[in-house]
Design a protein around this ligand. Structure first.
Ligand SMILES: Cc1cc2nc3c(=O)[nH]c(=O)nc-3n(C[C@H](O)[C@H](O)[C@H](O)COP(=O)(O)OP(=O)(O)OC[C@H]3O[C@@H](n4cnc5c(N)ncnc54)[C@H](O)[C@@H]3O)c2cc1C
Length: 546
């Protein structure tokens, strides 16, 4: 394009998609513009400042800082303004004489009012606006259209529709700011990222900000982590495995997961997807690329797709896909769960890590969610969802609520048939065989012998004394008798099952889908389609005797 054709004064509005690589909106913004303003609006509600805990906000601020640093390398800057998007954009449209706005499509219904108001503002002011799909592999609306306007009710169905729609687009080129004039001199006075303190974001606990073992935000870190992940993946492929993060959950190792970066968009989902597939193809050019190597990324797509037309997706009431269940109301029990004071060391370790670090592994998410809902306490999944939403650094409305509905058997599962219920003792022993994880997050039990670590109430008093941990004084007694509690839950499920027997309900296409979702069928299991027959720490029909 000739310099003369570059007439626009353009804003690229960053929301998610906080990256320069694979950013079609940013590319389009630069294409025919003589001035470009990369903008981020710090809105108390939508940035999460009013609702999220410190680790997540720290991750966001690091990501914005890194975006500014990377833009600087191109001679540009990130313009950060506080306020409501409608107010901020109205103001800058006038002040900068804006003629074009670009942004990434946010598919979730919670963002629709915001985006509709901005599109209407642009139309009113004769500003061209362009929206680009790059937060998901496919445009969820396109998937729905292909399925006759309805979300595909099972993961298998989603895959079939996605196959009809065709492979997701490959990442676009990196941006080129070379023809764009340098940033205004007044940038640092007016548009600098404010400090977290000035925005009132503070730590609840001292341990929430410590750098070791903490996820660090920003595109630069995300791309390094992707490189490390691909190396790990290539070793796994050579051994005939896949999904290395799932195969041997390393609960105390350095952070390796990419979900926080996918959430904020500091890593492109398309780049992750295609680099995985290309790696496999490079290693085994004669073999078809197995779908299993990207299957977890497709779960993310599936949940996005399920929420797209459903503003009540993260609620129980008026949510067409969710069973309306008469959960108990018991604030005291809920607080014990949230504070990691249940008396089950494995569950407590998970909850304490969540609050301190903003991160827990999938197996911990599954165990704690099952314990709160259909496994033991029979408490409302929405309350658990709110805790995860506040504390997880990768907290993602569609994905988080979808998983909570699944684990609590409220949707995506067979109607409360609870085929597998997690035993808070045996499952912990299996995942944390040395007890290192429990000892780290439940230091009261640091000296408890491994034999009793996961059920310290069974330790003789003399053992408790020499471990400096008297159960009931230094560490709580178990808040429920798991055997009895899980039986009670099962009985309640039977009643509800009868009530809902004629109600159409979203459920998995097959037993294999359930195992995949629970990460109980991973790596070699998936590749060879073997039965998953080792000891899982699951109670068949919730009937474990602890
Ligand atoms: C109750 C509960 C709540 C959850 N809340 C969230 C959440 O808010 N945000 C979030 O990203 N994940 C959530 N998950 C899913 C899962 O725990 C995380 O995505 C996973 O731990 C990320 O680790 P990873 O990047 O190493 O996963 P990998 O195995 O490397 O998977 C790659 C990517 O696939 C996606 N993915 C993996 N598992 C799932 C899944 N079960 N559902 C949907 N997408 C998946 C994630 O984007 C992940 O980064 C939740 C799971 C449960 C049981």
């Amino acid at each position: 394009m000739d310099q003369d054709d570059k007439n626009h004064i353009s804003v690229h509005w960053f929301r998610h998609g906080l990256r320069l690589h694979d950013n079609p909106g940013l590319l389009h913004c630069i294409e025919d513009s003589k001035e470009v303003y990369p903008l981020y609006v710090l809105d108390e509600d939508e940035s999460g400042i009013s609702t999220s805990a410190y680790p997540r906000m720290l991750f966001l601020f690091e990501t914005l800082q890194n975006l500014d640093e990377n833009l600087r390398e191109y001679g540009s800057r990130l313009y950060v303004l506080k306020g409501k998007p409608l107010d901020v954009l109205s103001q800058v449209f006038k002040e900068w004489g804006v003629t074009k706005l670009t942004f990434e499509h946010d598919p979730e219904p919670i963002y629709q009012d915001r985006d509709n108001s901005i599109k209407a503002l642009c139309d009113d002011k004769n500003i061209d606006w362009f929206e680009f799909v790059s937060h998901t592999l496919w445009d969820p609306t396109r998937i729905l259209e292909e399925n006759g306007g309805e979300p595909p009710l099972t993961y298998a169905m989603f895959n079939q529709i996605a196959e009809i729609v065709g492979p997701p687009p490959r990442p676009v080129a990196d941006p080129d700011f070379s023809q764009i004039p340098k940033t205004h001199d007044d940038h640092d006075d007016k548009y600098l990222l404010p400090s977290m303190e000035s925005m009132g974001v503070g730590q609840e606990l001292e341990s929430q900000g410590s750098a070791y073992g903490r996820y660090l935000g920003g595109e630069t870190k995300a791309l390094k982590l992707l490189t490390a992940r691909l190396e790990k993946e290539s070793i796994a492929f050579s051994a005939g495995l896949c999904l290395p993060n799932q195969l041997n959950p390393n609960l105390t190792g350095m952070p390796m997961s990419l979900s926080p970066h996918l959430r904020f968009g500091s890593l492109s989902i398309r780049r992750f997807y295609w680099e995985l597939r290309d790696l496999f193809h490079k290693m085994y050019p004669d073999r078809p690329v197995p779908g299993s190597i990207t299957s977890q990324l497709i779960w993310r797509e599936y949940f996005y797709c399920m929420s797209v037309n459903n503003p009540n997706y993260a609620r129980m009431k008026e949510n067409p896909i969710c069973l309306d269940i008469d959960w108990y109301e018991d604030d005291e029990s809920f607080d014990k769960w949230k504070q990691g004071q249940t008396g089950f060391p494995w569950i407590d370790a998970c909850m304490r890590q969540l609050i301190q670090e903003g991160w827990i592994h999938q197996v911990c998410r599954h165990a704690t969610a099952c314990f709160l809902t259909r496994g033991d306490l029979w408490l409302d999944w929405q309350k658990g969802f709110k805790v995860f939403e506040r504390y997880l650094i990768d907290s993602d409305w569609s994905v988080c609520a979808g998983n909570w509905m699944w684990v609590s058997s409220s949707a995506f599962e067979k109607v409360l048939q609870c085929p597998r219920c997690i035993c808070p003792v045996r499952y912990g022993k299996r995942i944390d065989p040395t007890g290192e994880y429990v000892r780290k997050y439940v230091p009261e039990l640091r000296n408890m012998p491994l034999e009793f670590l996961f059920e310290p109430w069974k330790a003789p008093v003399s053992v408790q004394q020499s471990a400096n941990c008297i159960v009931g004084t230094d560490y709580p007694q178990p808040m429920v008798d798991h055997k009895q509690a899980s039986r009670d839950c099962r009985a309640r499920m039977e009643v509800i099952k009868k009530m809902y027997k004629d109600k159409p309900h979203i459920k998995p296409a097959s037993e294999e889908e359930v195992l995949m979702m629970m990460w109980e069928k991973t790596g070699r299991d998936r590749e060879n389609h073997e039965a998953c027959n080792h000891e899982h720490g699951m109670d068949e029909a919730c009937d474990h005797n602890n």
